[in-house]
Design a binder for this molecule. Sequence first.
Ligand SMILES: *[C@@H]1O[C@H](CO)[C@@H](O)[C@H](O)[C@H]1NC(C)=O
Ligand SMILES: *[C@@H]1O[C@H](CO)[C@@H](O)[C@H](O)[C@H]1NC(C)=O
Ligand SMILES: *[C@@H]1O[C@H](CO)[C@@H](O)[C@H](O)[C@H]1NC(C)=O
Ligand SMILES: *[C@@H]1O[C@H](CO)[C@@H](O)[C@H](O)[C@H]1NC(C)=O
Ligand SMILES: *[C@@H]1O[C@H](CO)[C@@H](O)[C@H](O)[C@H]1NC(C)=O
Ligand SMILES: *[C@@H]1O[C@H](CO)[C@@H](O)[C@H](O)[C@H]1NC(C)=O
Ligand SMILES: *[C@@H]1O[C@H](CO)[C@@H](O)[C@H](O)[C@H]1NC(C)=O
Ligand SMILES: *[C@@H]1O[C@H](CO)[C@@H](O)[C@H](O)[C@H]1NC(C)=O
Ligand SMILES: *[C@@H]1O[C@H](CO)[C@@H](O)[C@H](O)[C@H]1NC(C)=O
Ligand SMILES: *[C@@H]1O[C@H](CO)[C@@H](O)[C@H](O)[C@H]1NC(C)=O
Ligand SMILES: *[C@@H]1O[C@H](CO)[C@@H](O)[C@H](O)[C@H]1NC(C)=O
Ligand SMILES: *[C@@H]1O[C@H](CO)[C@@H](O)[C@H](O)[C@H]1NC(C)=O
Length: 839
Amino acid sequence: MAGQNCRVTVVLLGGLLLLAVLLMRGAEASEIALPQGSNITILIKRGTSAPPAKPCFIIVSKRHMTVLFIKAGEKMVFTFSCQDPQNHFVMEIQKNIDCMSGPCPFGEVQLQPATSTLPTLNRTFIWDVKAHKRIGLELQFSLPRLRQIGPGESCADGVTHSISGRIDATVVRIGIFCSNGTVSRIKMQEGVKMALHLPWFHPRNVSGFSIANRSSIKRLCIIESVFEGEGSATLMSANYPEGFPEDELMTWQFVVPAHLRASVTFLTFNVSNCEKKEERVEYYIPGSTTNPEVFKLEDKQPGNMAGNFNLSLQGCDQDAQNPGILRLQFQVLVQHPQNESNKTYIVDLSQERTMSITIEPRPVKQSRRFVPGCFVCLESRTCSDNVTLTPGSKHKISFLCDDLTRLWLNAEKTISCTDHRYCHRKSYQLQVPSDLLQLPVQLHDFSWKLLVPKDRLSLVLVPKQKLQQHTHEKVCNTSFSYLVATHLATPGQELYYGSFCPGPGGSIEQIQVKQNSSVTLRTFAPGFQQEFYKQGLTVSFTPHFKEDGIFTVTPDTKNKVYLRTPNWERGLPALSSLSWNISVPHDQVACLTFFKERIGVVCQTGWALMIIQEQRSQPEEIFNLEEVMLPKPSFHYHNFWVNISNCSPVSGKQLDLLFWVTLTPKTLDLTAIIITVVAGGALLLLALGLIICFVKRKKKKNKGPAVGIYNGNANTQVPRQLKKFHKGRKDNDSHVYAVIDDTMVYGHLLQDSNGSFLQPEVDTYRPFQGPTGDCPPSPPPICSRTPTAKLTTEELPPCISPESESEPYTFSHPNKVEVGNGDTDIPLLDTQEPVKPAE
Ligand SMILES: *[C@@H]1O[C@H](CO)[C@@H](O)[C@H](O)[C@H]1NC(C)=O
Ligand SMILES: *[C@@H]1O[C@H](CO)[C@@H](O)[C@H](O)[C@H]1NC(C)=O
Ligand SMILES: *[C@@H]1O[C@H](CO)[C@@H](O)[C@H](O)[C@H]1NC(C)=O
Ligand SMILES: *[C@@H]1O[C@H](CO)[C@@H](O)[C@H](O)[C@H]1NC(C)=O
Ligand SMILES: *[C@@H]1O[C@H](CO)[C@@H](O)[C@H](O)[C@H]1NC(C)=O
Ligand SMILES: *[C@@H]1O[C@H](CO)[C@@H](O)[C@H](O)[C@H]1NC(C)=O
Ligand SMILES: *[C@@H]1O[C@H](CO)[C@@H](O)[C@H](O)[C@H]1NC(C)=O
Ligand SMILES: *[C@@H]1O[C@H](CO)[C@@H](O)[C@H](O)[C@H]1NC(C)=O
Ligand SMILES: *[C@@H]1O[C@H](CO)[C@@H](O)[C@H](O)[C@H]1NC(C)=O
Ligand SMILES: *[C@@H]1O[C@H](CO)[C@@H](O)[C@H](O)[C@H]1NC(C)=O
Ligand SMILES: *[C@@H]1O[C@H](CO)[C@@H](O)[C@H](O)[C@H]1NC(C)=O
Ligand SMILES: *[C@@H]1O[C@H](CO)[C@@H](O)[C@H](O)[C@H]1NC(C)=O
């Protein structure tokens, strides 16, 4: 208690002492001498505050005055009649700087005369700089920077800066500012008037600013604010709360640290009645592709901007009768971004040599509507909307984004083999590293580029869980799929094997691809985190094989297996060849059904062929896809091959095939039925068919095309004759298959930017509704059942045999024709005339 009292006493004593000194000085005579040519004048006059009961006068040579004016070159000695002149009088020290008639004195501005020589009155130092219209004048404020105050507000320390400019003869008030804020520079044109008000008790003895000349700013003024950390600034249009000068332009620039975000809010505004042009605000926002961003004053203003930006207010030509007023008071709030903002994530790629990660904006429809920035920051320093994390280092990232679903993550990793001797049979796991999932942005694509030496090695992909091919008939409903593709030598040409997902109905056990390929794990829904465990694919290098792709399929007994040729309706690339090795369990029978009756492929050169062959020394069935109907549903009791090789099709007439396989238990009943019921009919049909075949063959002799075939299975020999069907499915219109695109295919899985799921555009696609379940149907016609040319085939051709490269193909080629752009791997041959089908 005693200590406290003591302190109070000391403070009181100090105060009294100060007061005494000041009072003494007040009573002292003051002497002011203004040098000749200094262009300074001083005016001492009554203050605006209510005059006290007892009047006070300025005494000059015993004369009592209420106003004292001192011009440059004059010397004045005066006293006050009262002890407290600071309560009665104020002084204005004005310096006129004329840059029109001579050089302008730029640089640090001094307080002249020095404050210590002046009587202790409220002082207002006024600098009135007149400059040419073309000259820009810049006021630079050293720390502390300025804070603009609105009408009715005052500064805590009583120090104010009143800044005004002029347009021709009219004075325009830019604003009144206190000493603790963000405004660092004010650029004006055509002169500036700065009034620094210092209350009598304020010890400040420096002006705190300098003047520089700049080139024309082409507008009323530019006010720059610098934020060094979190904070806010309230700023007003010129003349606020009165109207902004007609048809003028004013700009505010903001310097904001990259790791902070700025948001603009309009606190009050009014718009005038425009006759010409429109009143608006324009922003230059970092990262915006549509700068300047133009807003109406009524609009919600941008937020979450990272980095420096500027904002301009543009007036209009007002209606002379009823101008109205344009005015604006707004706030800029700079803060750490909310939500994910100050969280840092470590992405360690220091052990990686070929993996890079890109975090980039999801593509959105371009629109003029402003969307706030969404940024990724490295080390919380440099922020960008598109960041690539390079292998070999550890990255510390954070996010400045109001909505992280606007970003996604793409990663790429290269697995290459340069020396086939070294990597032969080597295998790698294709697995998304789990630490990518800790990031708050959705993984979009994880792509593995698999590179092998040309003609040396090929690739085998073995999934952890059997894969299902995504088709319209059976869509993948997993959160992710594997997209397998090869970029062909011809530029722009791609062999897109398809989209495959692991799932309960999966049937594809392995995919073999001939050459350099990419496997992309693409996620479609945010649920990938939950299905993360389902991923897993092993890639191994194997000896080179000739086919572009081989699918090993083990159908599930409960599920129909849909399989579609690569590239879908874009068509199988020219001269490519694909095989499906379909297993049939010994107690099951497989039914192979084709979706369409006709392919519609038209060959420019070469032949589009399909070979169906049971792997137990059964003869091949060969179909010229260009001409014949596809086979009716057929039964297979043993593992079988479906092999498709394309010709060089004419554009628009592509090879695109969809088929499915179902398994049914092989029961005695079924066999019995087939034997008993069908046998008789079959015999009859055989006889009939033979007759018709014979007749047709005779008729059409020498008219059939030369047929070439390439079958990548080394052990499958080439036919001398092809079979054709033309018995179509009854329901000719049972399918409508329109053009689809990727968006549509995955439509059901895609999310739009609002986070809601897009509906697939199903209107262009009508699924097959025909009699698909009607197998087993009546046995196919004799002509198709019995190949016209039986071929000797070895048992179960091995899928990839290392020797396949060197093993010779057996071809019969009576009239060899060179087709296929010199691709000698694809021999062509004439065969005997195909037999016209009979019915
Ligand atoms: C005062 O003004 C005159 C003319 O305007 C100019 O020539 C002179 O340099 C000025 N003096 C100072 C000290 O600025
Ligand atoms: C001097 O300035 C202070 C603070 O700005 C103000 O409150 C006071 O009224 C002024 N005195 C006179 C006489 O105007
Ligand atoms: C600085 O400005 C804030 C308002 O932004 C005010 O509350 C505070 O009192 C000011 N400090 C001084 C010392 O003027
Ligand atoms: C202003 O005052 C400080 C001390 O308060 C002094 O060091 C400085 O020299 C003065 N500056 C001028 C220009 O009078
Ligand atoms: C500033 O003034 C000087 C001399 O007064 C002149 O030489 C210079 O060009 C001016 N700079 C600008 C940017 O106007
Ligand atoms: C300014 O706008 C406000 C609404 O934002 C309105 O209430 C006010 O009357 C307007 N003032 C003038 C002078 O037009
Ligand atoms: C506003 O920002 C843009 C982009 O940074 C810049 O080109 C332009 O000169 C700035 N305008 C003003 C008046 O500062
Ligand atoms: C975080 O983001 C959500 C939606 O993205 C929003 O509703 C919430 O207000 C945000 N929280 C903060 C503190 O900004
Ligand atoms: C993030 O910001 C919140 C509040 O803005 C604060 O409580 C928290 O400590 C910050 N976290 C870090 C890691 O800086
Ligand atoms: C992001 O940057 C990468 C690499 O520079 C570029 O390939 C990609 O197109 C960019 N993404 C966007 C959305 O601009
Ligand atoms: C596959 O990529 C490797 C490395 O880029 C290249 O050397 C090779 O020729 C490519 N193979 C083919 C068939 O283009
Ligand atoms: C996906 O399909 C399987 C069977 O086809 C079903 O069991 C599962 O519930 C489906 N999942 C979703 C998310 O629709």
